[in-house]
Design a protein around this ligand. Structure first.
Ligand code: ADP
Length: 466
């Protein structure tokens, strides 16, 4: 990542500078050459006009001709070049070098010029520019001669080379600067990431209580906040797992301790009467049943904790399901003369896991009977709208104190331990119920007043959402 970061910085920082400097140099070279050519063209037009007005091509005896020729020589000097003047028959009438006068010039450019066309040829390699111009009589529109010039552009090239050297130097300095900045910046950025890695390592080595803190950037602080939030959730989960394990061990140990006490006391006595044996064995059987119930409830709870993939969804008639549960529980209610009433507002079909939902409803109605007064009542009602079905289990029982209402869904929580134990409660029933309802993407709420009664309301979607 460091290498990538540095490479990106270098690419972004250096390449554009390089491209820009090359572009500027090329533009300078083109503009300077163009300007020189246009200055030359201007001077040649003046020369051409002077030659025409003095009748240079008509006769060489004009009085001012020497003045004009020295002017032409001056122009050639200034521009470090050579100017040749030919007549329409390509005979060289004037050469600023004085070498070719009287000879005939046979070159493509000269032929073009006397035919009436301008010519321009740029030779970058040898650093010169050649310009050819026809001299046209403005009255007769006749080409009377041609001006052939060649000029050096070495000056431009020299400046270009100097600038190029300066650009390379500047480029190198900038490259070193950008590389240094990129390395420093890379290290600066990656420092918190290194810090993060070592914090994670320490955390996975077991220092779970340690808070993780990344300093440097706002984003890093946000990550560390989210991470600490996740850690504290993990810590809570770990705490609740440990608490659960210790609760399970305690709950499983209680019946076993009772069994041990009962059997020890039988064994320590000699000639124990048969009736006492029977009495103790009845107690021992009860404890075994209790142990069995705790294990069954624990297994149900574990099943409910599994993922939604474990759901066995089918379209079920909820009215029939509730009626079956009530039928099963009727004998327990009858024992204490508790009235069980079912009120159904409409037939309800819903996509549910029958086993899990039955367990949940069963626990609610069983609790309503267990924590009720003799000759009390339990009212169960079922209703639905287009999205959900609603189940209400109300009783005339002992109620739940307000401060305990938030805890009743916790595993092993019991309001009155002695009473719950008497009724065979394990403290797992409502956890199982809530988990089953949550697995159906439903909700459960409790309303209760001590000594007056309790109402549980359950809302479950009619169609299962995976
Ligand atoms: P238990 O196996 O002890 O019944 P639950 O998880 O089913 O465990 O219930 C937790 C506690 O909530 C119970 O111990 C009881 O004190 C209280 N409780 C549950 N349902 C009712 C109810 N209908 N009326 C009064 N108290 C209730």
């Amino acid at each position: 990542m460091k290498l990538q970061l540095i490479t990106v910085c270098i690419l972004i920082g250096i390449l554009p500078i390089f491209a820009m400097s090359q572009l500027l140099l090329k533009t300078y070279e083109r503009r300077a050459t163009d300007q020189k050519i246009s200055e030359l063209a201007h001077n040649i037009t003046i020369i051409s006009n002077l030659l025409l007005s003095n009748g240079f091509f008509a006769s060489a005896e004009s009085p001012d001709i020497n003045g004009i020729l020295s002017e032409i020589a001056q122009v050639a000097d200034i521009y470090e070049g050579r100017i040749l003047i030919v007549d329409s028959g390509l005979a060289i009438r004037y050469d600023t070098y004085g070498l070719e006068e009287g000879k005939t010039l046979i070159s493509e450019e000269a032929v073009q010029a006397v035919r009436g066309t301008n010519g321009k040829y740029l030779d970058r390699e040898n650093q010169y520019v050649e310009l050819t111009y026809p001299v046209i009589n403005t009255d007769t529109k006749e080409v009377v001669g041609g001006i052939i010039t060649s000029f050096s552009i070495v000056g431009i090239q020299d400046i270009y080379d100097n600038l190029q050297q300066a650009a390379v130097l500047m480029f190198l300095v900038l490259a070193i600067l950008v590389c240094t900045c990129a390395i420093l910046y890379g290290n600066f950025y990656l420092k918190p990431l290194k810090q993060m890695t070592s914090s994670f390592d320490r955390w996975s080595d077991g220092l779970m209580d340690e808070k993780i803190e990344f300093k440097g950037f706002k984003e890093m602080e946000t990550i560390s906040d989210s991470f600490n939030h996740m850690l504290s959730r993990l810590q809570k989960l770990e705490d609740s797992r440990q608490e659960f394990v210790s609760n399970v061990s305690h709950e499983l140990k209680t019946p076993i301790t009772s069994i041990k006490v009962l059997s020890d006391s039988l064994l320590s006595q000699e000639d124990v009467p048969n009736e006492l044996y029977r009495e103790f064995l009845v107690d021992i059987t009860e404890e075994v049943e209790r142990e069995n119930k705790i294990i069954t409830d624990l297994l149900s709870l574990v099943k409910m904790d599994k993922t939604a993939g474990e759901m066995n969804i089918a379209s079920i008639n909820i009215n029939e399901l509730v009626e079956q549960i009530l039928k099963r529980l009727q004998p327990i209610a009858n024992k204490r003369s508790i009235e069980l009433v079912f009120e159904s507002f409409r037939p309800v079909m819903a996509e549910v896991d029958e086993v899990k939902l039955s367990l949940a409803i069963n626990n609610l109605i069983e609790n309503a009977i267990k924590y009720n007064f003799d000759e009390g009542w339990v009212h169960v009602s079922l209703n639905a709208d287009h999205k959900f079905f609603y189940l209400k289990v109300a009783d005339s029982g002992v109620g739940i104190p307000e401060d305990a209402q938030d805890s009743i869904f916790e595993r092993f929580y019991r309001v009155d331990k002695a009473r719950s134990r008497e009724t065979g409660g394990t403290g797992l029933g409502l956890s199982i119920t809530r988990n089953a309802i949550l697995m159906h993407r439903g909700a459960i709420k409790v309303y209760s007043k001590e000594q007056e009664g309790t109402t549980f309301t359950v809302r479950i979607p009619l169609t299962y959402i995976a």
